[in-house]
Design a protein around this ligand. Structure first.
Ligand code: TYD
Ligand code: MG
Length: 452
């Protein structure tokens, strides 16, 4: 028979130890060790078993039927998922409290009218869910139950037989199989694997909501992220209406795509053309504003960068960035000091990305640099100009990916000039565009073209 032995496992990284440890020597986390029973079976016994033996196949010989994805009836959501929900998949949606996770999934549940859907909430009562649904006011149909025990959830599943299961917050669900409180690592692990087992054996997709901790990582064991097929993150600045849905992991699609929503009084609304919203409507032309032609996934997104440069009042100049990496800002400031005579030491610099959106695309660099310079010399950048280039440490303007797509989007939005890297302009058929494309090789050139 199999020998049962207990080991202690770090619930964060999976480190195994024969005794309990306060601090994991592998990942350095405290209090993460949990005792688990491990069945050890000798290898000869394993081979003697009469389970079907898997045979390695040549990859050409393997066939599969093209799985039909379930559309969420929401273009932005589908885009992030890679075209819809794959049958039998287990998805995790994380986000800060109050960002709109429950709203997004309830709204999705109501929109997917044609399928039989069960929405399980461990956080809200059925009346509260109904109130939220009325507030969203989309109409629609789905089964709702307020429940925290997996055993009873599976009983409900047996009676409803849903085609999609949504569980509002894995942190509130408990399984009888584990004797620890809700949201403890072993509970989360157990419940996640129960839902995974259900999803894989029945082919029913399961969407789990997960909380995230202060430092922005998903609460609970890292193993949960390994179990699920996709980890989606819902983020945004709560003071702004914009919400961004991105995939941190996706087994069935790209992680580069993002979905953009706007939180309104009656729920979330899709924003298919973010550029038109993110460019603040301004009549007069003010210094310190520059437009960046960024790309998130396959989608161009035009973003306004605003900066304010003023003489430092205190000894140490202040630097502040909203929606932009501080270290990158310091680097850009150093480049500007070296190349454009910008007096770094005596100026306060404040930077803001309009709309409270975080941008990862390095093509925003040149817009940031030009917006700082514009505020510094107090000369506005011509209103219908935009920028798409990265800056290197010696002030060189570096090429960015898919520049043609950025140019044609700038053209479409009615821009008159776009500044790009000289290296990007090389193989470009500029006659195709109405917009004037300005290739620059170093940041001084852009500076002279704009303010000289
Ligand atoms: P919620 O979905 O409860 O967040 P989460 O589940 O991520 O904790 O969203 C809560 C916030 O959304 C709340 O502060 C109010 C706001 N909200 C709206 O602005 N409009 C709406 O129609 C709804 C339902 C919520
Ligand atoms: Mg919620």
């Amino acid at each position: 028979m199999a020998k049962a032995k207990t080991y202690y496992f770090c619930q964060e990284c999976g480190y195994q130890s024969s005794s309990w440890l306060g601090r994991c020597p592998e990942c350095g986390k405290f209090g993460t060790f949990v005792e688990e029973v491990v069945q050890t079976v000798s290898p000869t016994k394993l081979l003697a078993g009469n389970e079907p033996v898997s045979v390695p196949k040549r990859i050409q010989e393997i066939s599969y039927s093209e799985t039909t994805r379930l559309s969420t009836r929401c273009g932005e959501f589908d885009r992030v998922l890679g075209g819809g929900i794959v049958p039998g998949s287990l998805l995790l949606l994380g986000g800060e409290p109050g960002i709109g996770k429950s709203t997004l999934l309830l709204q999705t549940a109501l929109a997917m009218k044609e399928i039989r859907l069960l929405y399980v909430s461990g956080e809200e009562s059925e009346q509260q869910i109904k109130m939220r649904a009325d507030r969203i006011g989309a109409g629609g149909e789905c089964y709702v139950v307020s429940e925290t025990s997996t055993q009873r959830i599976f009983e409900h599943i047996d009676s409803v037989k849903p085609e999609l299961l949504i569980v509002d917050s894995i942190q509130t669900i408990v399984s009888d199989a584990v004797d620890s409180p809700a949201s403890s690592v072993s509970q989360i692990r157990q419940c996640t694997s129960e839902f995974q087992h259900y999803a894989k054996t029945t082919g029913t997709p399961v969407l789990l909501i997960g909380h995230i901790t202060k430092d922005g990582t998903l609460a609970g064991p890292k193993v949960m992220e390994h179990i699920v097929d996709a980890v989606l993150q819902f983020e945004g600045d709560r003071n702004y209406g914009f919400r961004v849905l991105r995939a941190l992991k996706n087994r069935f699609g790209s992680t580069a795509e993002i979905g953009i929503f706007e939180m309104q009084a009656n729920g979330l609304r899709e924003v298919p053309n973010p550029s038109e919203y993110l460019l603040s409507q301004r009549d007069e032309n003010l210094s310190g504003a520059a437009i960046a032609a960024t790309l998130e996934g396959a989608r161009p997104m035009f973003i306004e960068v605003q900066s304010l440069v003023s003489s430092a009042v205190y000894g140490t100049p202040q630097r502040n960035a909203n929606g932009f990496d501080m270290r990158r800002l310091s680097m850009l400031l150093a480049i500007l000091e070296k190349r454009c005579g910008f007096k770094l030491g005596s100026k306060d610099v404040f930077l803001n990305i309009a709309g409270g959106i975080k941008v990862n695309d390095p093509a925003i660099d040149m817009a940031v640099a030009c917006s700082i310079l514009s505020s510094n010399v107090d000369i506005p950048i011509p209103p219908r100009a935009c920028f798409a280039a990265e800056l290197g440490l010696s002030g060189e303007v570096r090429p960015v990916s898919r520049v043609e797509q950025r140019i044609s989007e700038a053209d479409r939005l009615g821009f008159e000039r776009i500044f790009i890297s000289k290296y990007n302009a090389k193989n470009l058929d500029l006659k195709r565009f109405q917009i004037e494309v300005v290739p620059v090789s170093v940041i001084e050139e852009a500076f002279r073209a704009l303010f000289a």
